[in-house]
Design a protein around this ligand. Structure first.
Ligand code: SF4
Length: 295
């Protein structure tokens, strides 16, 4: 599981498909330009665009904190089965929130002059953690002897960007939690935001495709699950089959080629001029966009 192959020499500079990249591309080409090609902007300084890009938000801090804590929690269960000290865990989560928010400008403050109260973020994080720890799924994972016996094979939110090659295309794909049980591979993706089953299903199919390729696992032996932690625990298992995976490989090809159309040099990932990246007409999407100040 450790020797996941990364991009080869031919694909190093090429743009890599990811679920989030194509999502931005399809929703607003201008935002996509600011997110991925800000150094090519001739009107607005790179520093200004980066500053806006790096704005954080209460939602982002909740998501990041939960992912850090769950990673820590599961890593702990790889070495010990001692019961958890919940109060310590909550205290630790508050420290992470503080650390994650330090020296950061919040979207809510920048655009709405809101004064951020870290306690509001903490309440949501605590709620998500409470839902996770009390879920039957979590109890099952940490108490099933067959899962625990293979804990050295768990993949828990690995470092890096998860660069890989699928069907000769560069992709970015990073699972939250993957573990084997008998002849099956379980993949879990934790969500703290709104439930978008159709959108998240695509993400899980991608992870399954990755596991199928890099872990030599039959498609029918992969069990991908979306887990929503807020406002209450809800999980959905995605049923996949060979046909799905095959269609998805074609989709990656189609979507990558779609993004290539906005480049003048595909091999070196050089974009066309900014005016080709049109602004969305969906004002609702703009409402939550970091780049409102320059758009
Ligand atoms: S403000 Fe709206 S149009 Fe401008 S980049 Fe953001 S989403 Fe696109």
């Amino acid at each position: 599981m450790k020797n996941i192959k990364h991009s080869n020499k031919d694909t190093i500079k090429k743009l890599g498909w990811s679920f989030s990249r194509y999502d931005v591309f399809i929703n607003c080409k201008r935002k996509y330009f600011y997110d991925y090609y800000s150094k090519f902007d001739k009107e607005i300084s790179y520093d200004k665009i980066q500053m806006l890009k790096n704005l954080t938000s209460k939602t982002l801090i909740v998501g990041n904190t939960i992912h850090i804590i769950i990673k820590k929690l599961l890593s702990r269960y790889q070495i010990t089965r001692k019961p958890l000290n919940i109060n310590k865990l909550f205290q630790y989560s508050f420290n992470i929130i503080r650390k994650n928010s330090l020296n950061k400008t919040f979207f809510e403050t920048y655009y709405n002059s809101e004064r951020i109260n870290l306690m509001d973020i903490y309440i949501k994080v605590k709620h998500c953690l409470y839902n996770l720890i009390n879920s039957n799924r979590f109890k099952w994972i940490i108490s099933n002897p067959n899962i625990i016996a293979q804990n050295s094979r768990w993949i828990i939110d690995p470092d890096g960007y998860g660069e890989a090659i699928i069907n000769n295309y560069k992709v970015f794909c990073k699972v939250d939690f993957l573990f084997p049980l008998n002849n099956k591979i379980y993949i879990i993706d934790w969500k703290t935001g709104k439930q978008h089953k159709q959108k998240h299903k695509r993400q899980l199919i991608m992870y399954s495709l990755w596991a199928h390729k890099y872990m030599n696992t039959l498609v029918e032996d992969i069990v991908p699950k979306i887990v929503y932690l807020f406002p209450c625990y809800n999980e959905y298992t995605i049923l996949i089959c060979d046909e799905f995976v095959h269609d998805f490989m074609n989709l990656i090809k189609y979507e990558t080629n779609h993004m290539y159309q906005y480049l003048t040099d595909i091999d070196n990932n050089i974009p066309k001029s900014k005016d080709n990246f049109t602004k969305t007409t969906n004002t609702f999407y703009c409402k939550y966009c970091n780049y409102r100040a320059i758009c």
